[in-house]
Structure formats: structure tokens, C-alpha cells
Design a protein around this ligand. Structure first.
Ligand code: IPM
Ligand code: MG
Length: 351
């Protein structure tokens, strides 16, 4: 099979984790006789430094003509502490999401048996955790009207959702639930927010088309607690943009290292595959970051965008095998940790 992949490494450890992932993808091409072509594009702080904007037109066009997008990370501390800056790396990510219509962000949260001891939570409570966060990604407060009034002394961000936006991501969540344990937990703040009440109405209406799916509704503050107290109770957790941002970071703690977790943002045409962690600027250039989140994102790409299920399983099995051998980068292994690139090579060897 021939496919075109846009590779956007971005900032911080982005280039390292992407390189390790390409080692794995090259092995998949070789073993399963595929031919992927990779074209790199600029995004984030590096794009601002080189061409003055965080999501240049050239990158946008590259994304639109590719079959899938592999993404590293975005963000640089030199932009974080100055709230007056007009151009920021994160704008590149948000612009990419909006331009490509990436309406659903899927973050699977699964524990790895070899790493249960790394979690700050009790092993017996988390073993077997297996749920997915489905986060709406191009609506809500991230994209609402914002501004300043009162000579800059008052600021506002608005949270808006339409029925169509809720239905689009909602349908996707029901379809995922049908392939899983058939349970959706809808997370909102319907005791306070009007948008949450519209979400509930819309999801209740939609659920009539999916009689096989059990839907329950939970307030976000309670959900934050239940994710830690009883993570195995969740199957598909469906929520709006900002709640999903916060809850998916929280959920990542269960697994022991945020470096392990993949994600996909589903687009109208092209989807973006990226680890859920950020650019980890402190480790940039050290070849120490964990590439597994990105490698598992590539496995999701093989499965979701290319329908290559055997190949995706081969990547996941190779990751499990390497972990079972006690190998890992320094976030997961204390004695003799491997480097980012060695980890990529080990996983490739096990395919
Ligand atoms: C994420 C990140 C982004 C978000 C930031 C970098 C804008 O935290 O992908 O979860 O808030 O969506
Ligand atoms: Mg986030």
C-alpha cells in the first residue's frame, strides 16, 4: 500500500520522538511491503522562528494533500511567560484543528501490566483500566468570542455549542462505544451551564438511535474524582473541549507515564496522530524522552486511517514485548534506561 504522511515534528522533544517513530514505521513498510512517503512541515515555535507564523500556508497545504498527519509536540517556554505576545505556538495547533476540521480527539487510557507499579495510584484499583476519552476539539470556549472591555481591565471568553457540533462528535462516540463495552459516560456541568444542558438534550435524543448503548451522565467535578477512584468503571467518556483537555491529562496519570499515551484527532478528511504529552522543553535534544506515545499514535494511524490492522497490532505487540523485557526510557525504568532512539530501534527489532 502507498500512502503519503505529513510529518510535523514541532517543538521540544518533538523531533526526537518522531524520529524514533519513523524507525518503527520503516520496519512496518519493510515487513509488510508498504511504501509510505514522508514530507516534513513546520508548525509551532520553530515555525514562528523560521517563517514568522505558527501554522504556515505551506504546512496547511501539505496537510490537506496527505493521507494522514503525524505530529510531535508544540510549545516553547519563551512564549509561556509573556501574556502580551500576539503570536504564540499554540495558535498553530488550534488553527490546524480548525482548518482540518478535527472535530473529535480520541485518547485511549489503558494501563500496561509491566508499568502498574509506576502509577501513583494503587495497583489493585487500576489494573485493567481501559477507556477512551472522546473530546470535542473545535468548539466551545477554545474558539468562542473573546476580548477585553473596560480599558482592558475586564476580559471574557465565551462558551458556545450548536446542536450540529454536538451531534457530530456524539455520533462518533456512539460508534466507538458499539465496538467496545457499549457504555458512554457523558461528562458536563449541566447543573450550571446552558451549553451543558444542550449537550445533554442532544445526546439523549441521539441515544434513541443506539438502543444497544447505555448512556449515563456525570458532572465534571464528580468525574474528576471517579477517574481516580474507579477508572475501570469507564468505557467511553464523552465531553466538550475544555473538560476533555483537563480530564485527559488527569486520566493519563493512571498509566504511570504520560509518555505512553497516543491520540488521534479525527478530521473531516485527514486525521492527526500525536502523543498526548507536550513538548517537554527541559529534555529537548537529550535523546531521553519516551517515544512510546508517538509510536502508539502511529499504530492508531495504521489502523484508523489506512485500515492496516495486522500492522497496527504488530506495533502494539512489539511495544508490549519491549516493556515486558523491562526495557524503557528513564521515565519508566530506573536501572539502565534506554535513549529515545534506542527505544525506537528495540521496538522496530521486535516487529
Ligand atoms: C492538548 C493541549 C492543547 C490544548 C494546548 C497545547 C493548546 O493541552 O492538546 O491537550 O489545550 O488542547
Ligand atoms: Mg491538554
Amino acid at each position: 500500500m502507498k500512502k503519503n504522511i505529513a510529518v510535523l515534528a514541532g517543538d521540544g522533544v518533538g523531533p526526537e520522538i518522531i524520529n524514533a517513530t519513523l524507525t518503527v514505521l520503516h520496519m512496518i513498510e519493510k515487513k509488510f511491503n508498504h511504501s509510505f512517503s514522508y514530507t516534513t512541515g513546520l508548525i509551532g515555535a520553530i515555525a514562528i522562528d523560521l517563517v514568522g507564523e505558527p501554522f504556515p500556508k505551506e504546512t496547511e497545504e501539505l496537510c490537506l494533500r496527505s493521507d494522514a498527519i503525524l505530529f510531535g509536540a508544540i510549545g516553547d517556554p519563551k512564549y509561556d511567560n509573556d501574556p502580551t505576545l500576539k503570536v504564540r505556538p499554540e495558535q498553530g495547533l488550534l488553527k490546524m484543528r480548525k482548518t482540518l476540521g478535527l472535530f473529535a480527539n480520541i485518547r485511549p487510557i489503558q494501563t500496561f501490566d509491566a508499568l502498574l507499579h509506576k502509577s501513583p495510584l494503587k495497583e489493585e484499583w487500576i489494573k485493567g483500566t481501559d477507556f477512551v476519552v472522546v473530546r470535542e476539539l473545535i468548539g466551545g470556549i477554545y474558539f468562542g468570542k473573546r476580548g477585553r472591555e473596560d480599558k482592558g481591565r475586564t476580559a471574557y471568553d465565551t462558551l458556545t455549542y450548536s446542536v450540529e457540533e454536538i451531534q457530530r462528535v456524539g455520533k462518533y462516540a456512539f460508534e466507538i462505544a458499539q465496538k467496545r463495552r457499549k457504555k458512554i459516560c457523558h461528562v458536563d456541568k449541566a447543573n450550571v451551564l446552558e451549553t451543558s444542558r444542550l449537550w445533554r438534550e442532544t445526546i439523549q435524543e441521539l441515544s434513541k438511535n443506539y438502543p444497544d448503548i447505555i448512556v449515563d451522565y456525570m458532572f465534571v467535578d464528580n468525574a474528576a474524582m471517579q477517574i481516580i477512584k474507579n477508572p475501570r468503571a469507564f468505557d467511553v467518556l464523552l465531553t466538550e473541549n475544555m473538560f476533555g483537555d483537563i480530564l485527559s491529562d488527569e486520566a493519563s496519570v493512571i498509566t504511570g507515564s504520560i509518555g505512553m499515551l497516543p491520540s488521534v484527532s479525527i478530521g473531516e478528511k485527514t486525521s492527526v496522530y500525536e502523543p498526548i504529552h507536550g513538548s517537554y522543553p527541559k529534555a529537548a535534544g537529550n535523546n531521553t524522552a519516551n517515544p512510546i506515545g508517538t509510536i502508539l499514535s502511529a499504530a492508531m494511524m495504521l489502523e484508523y486511517s489506512f485500515d492496516l490492522h495486522k500492522e497496527a497490532t504488530a506495533v502494539r505487540d512489539a511495544v508490549d514485548e519491549v516493556l515486558l523485557k523491562g526495557l524503557g526510557t528513564k521515565d519508566i525504568v530506573t536501572a539502565h534506561p534506554l535513549s529515545t532512539s534506542e527505544m525506537g530501534e528495540k521496538i522496530a527489532e521486535n516487529i
